[in-house]
Design a protein around this ligand. Structure first.
Ligand code: ATP
Ligand code: MG
Ligand code: MG
Ligand code: MG
Length: 561
């Protein structure tokens, strides 16, 4: 590809909201452009990397016996009613009507569609197991799209769904998918950990693991042991759930009786008051209301939604919350069997809220009839927040924390969707039973950004070989110099003939500009035809190490292989 007409516009003035380094670099290097908040156009450089990631995924999924298909992005709302998720999924679900006022959703995920397809297509154990996958655009109206491709409202996902005759068979496929994901992320050059996780809005009864690319920008915190394989998202690791059967006396927490003191709760859950939470638990219409305040810290980024009140307190201070709620606190609104209370909590109180509420999605918690738990203050006694340096839950090593970007997740769903949508098969005895399901997602566009988060320096991106948009970046330092241009042109042809994908910078720009762009784009190898072109010598630079070697042009293919 000749760079003269290659569409990869660099950008100097990065918008102020581009906080994440991957967001900045992908704009600067012209991999993508924002079209609307959380919605992006992938330019040729970005598209090339996406294709490389997709090729790795296809190879590994096919190797694991999965079959590729393609489902629609637009899905009838009725399917979501059947599964019960039309309400449960909340405002992240993008909804639309057609000209006949028929209701549709833009698919955030595809359990409903695939379960209906399999339900109508498979009726006997003889046709099982089946594992299908697609690479599709997904839509989620994220409350806060940010960090560029890391949290978009439109993004590319690989999602797979497996259907089995038994729990044992599902467990095996789950393991195969776990190993497949390990291979995929390793080949993408990511430093990652697989962690035990919470099933969130996908639900299901079996286990689930998230694949976390380690990075400070990560929105999840993982706890891992330095001596064993133990690793878990702190959403589940940080606290053990309250014992809901425990006898307690809610009376001590009623409005009339006033507050539970912050110290009481803090000591019950073994935290210093300053880092946790003061709490207030009382009852409105007999529904428990818990109010949490983060010690002496400012509360930021907490959104409270319930049927009494909606308050967006992004970056609100304790004072502002005090004004709105009559207490310097955040939240859980009346938890009634009938109400869907959406709670968005910041990192510090997330584990506690999660433990109390049950289901969650990242930093968003939905409390509904299924998740409702009656609890008493005594139940807090069992809450334990894991701290850095604690012994491990499995008895080996000590606990450390790290931030992670969730690039993938595997779920053992059991029969949640097959029962709701009636995906049954006749077993060997002619009995009709629901299929055992698993689902397995990889954020492809997010993986692209996570790779950039992990592979860059102050000059730009440093692509791992397997994902680089081009294998080689060939530069002619001064195209007006006959010898340099001829050598460049010849090498461009010769290297492509050798099977290399070459980006050829034959632009009439200053050498400094070319070198800067080359570092920013980050191809693994840069080859420059410069002053020694007349002697047939080029300069080869490895982007990662910065190591420069002079090589005789005709020896280049041998040198590179
Ligand atoms: P998160 O916790 O970050 O909101 P999730 O748990 O809701 O993600 P899943 O439902 O598990 O996401 O979807 C599978 C994969 O899709 C995720 O592991 C992630 O890599 C990717 N993904 C999810 N939401 C987004 C998004 N808004 N933008 C980009 N990728 C996403
Ligand atoms: Mg999410
Ligand atoms: Mg998640
Ligand atoms: Mg997930």
């Amino acid at each position: 590809m000749r760079q003269q007409t290659f569409f990869s516009p660099t950008m100097r003035d990065i918008p102020a909201d581009a906080e994440a380094i991957s967001h900045q670099l992908m704009l600067r290097a012209g991999l993508m452009r924002q079209t609307a908040a959380g919605i992006y156009t992938y330019l040729p450089l970005g598209t090339r990397v996406l294709h490389k990631i997709q090729a790795i995924i296809r190879e590994e999924m096919n190797r694991a016996g999965a079959q590729e298909l393609l489902m629609p992005a637009i899905q009838p709302a009725e399917l979501w009613e059947e599964s019960g998720r039309l309400d449960d999924y909340g405002p992240e679900l993008m909804r639309l009507n057609d000209r006949h006022e028929r209701r549709f959703v833009l698919g955030p995920t595809h359990e409903e569609v695939i379960t209906a397809v399999i339900r109508d297509g498979i009726h006997s154990y003889k046709r099982l197991p089946i594992n299908v996958y697609q690479i599709q655009t997904k839509y989620r109206d994220e409350r806060r799209p940010r960090f560029g491709l890391l949290r978009g409202r439109e993004f590319i996902m690989k999602d797979a769904y497996s259907f089995e005759t038994s729990e044992e068979a599902l467990a095996k496929t789950y393991e195969v998918m776990y190993d497949t994901y390990t291979n995929i992320f390793r080949r993408c050059g990511l430093d990652f950990r697989a962690v035990e996780a919470d099933a969130g809005a996908i639900g299901g009864t079996g286990g689930t693991h998230e694949f976390m690319a380690l990075s400070d920008i990560g929105e999840d915190t993982i706890a891992y042991s330095d001596r064993s394989d133990y690793a878990a998202n702190t959403e589940i690791a940080a606290v053990s759930p309250p014992d809901t059967d425990q006898e307690g006396t809610p009376a001590t927490l009623s409005v009339e009786q006033g507050y539970t003191s912050g110290e009481a709760v803090a000591s019950a859950i073994g935290q210093p008051t300053s880092t946790v939470i003061t709490s207030r638990l009382f009852y409105i219409d007999e529904a428990p209301v818990l109010i949490l305040t983060r010690g002496d810290h400012e509360i930021s980024d907490v959104k409270i939604t319930n049927h009494l009140d909606t308050l967006d307190v992004e970056a609100a201070t304790a004072d502002q919350i005090q004004e709105q709620f009559g207490t310097s606190s955040a939240f859980i609104g009346p938890v009634e069997a009938s109400s869907n209370v959406k709670i968005v909590a910041d990192q510090a109180i997330r584990p506690l809220v999660n433990a109390i509420c049950g289901g969650n999605q990242g930093d968003t918690f939905y409390v509904n009839a299924d998740h409702r738990r009656d609890f008493h203050v005594d139940a807090f006694a069992d809450l334990r927040i894991i701290q850095e340096g604690d012994p491990s839950p499995d008895g080996e090593g000590t606990i450390h924390f790290a931030e992670g970007i969730e690039v993938g997740q595997v779920f053992s769903l059991g029969t949640k969707y097959s029962e709701a949508l009636g995906a049954e098969f006749l077993d060997e005895n002619g009995k009709s039973v629901p299929m055992q399901m698993g689902c397995y997602g990889i954020g492809i566009s997010r993986t692209l950004a996570a790779v950039v988060e992990q592979h860059h320096d102050e000059d730009g991106i440093i692509w791992p070989k397997a994902l680089a948009p081009f294998d080689l970046h060939l530069l002619v330092i001064n195209p007006k110099d006959e010898a340099q241009l001829t050598l460049g042109d010849n090498l461009y042809e010769a290297l492509q003939a050798e099977g290399y994908d070459v980006l050829y910078d034959d632009r009439k720009e200053r050498a400094g500009v070319k070198f800067k762009d080359a570092d920013l784009y980050g191809m693994p190898i840069r080859i420059a035809a410069g002053k020694k072109a007349s002697e047939g010598i080029v300069e080869v630079k490895e982007r990662k190490t910065g190591e420069v070697t002079e090589v005789q042009a005709e020896k280049l293919p041998a040198y590179l292989s």
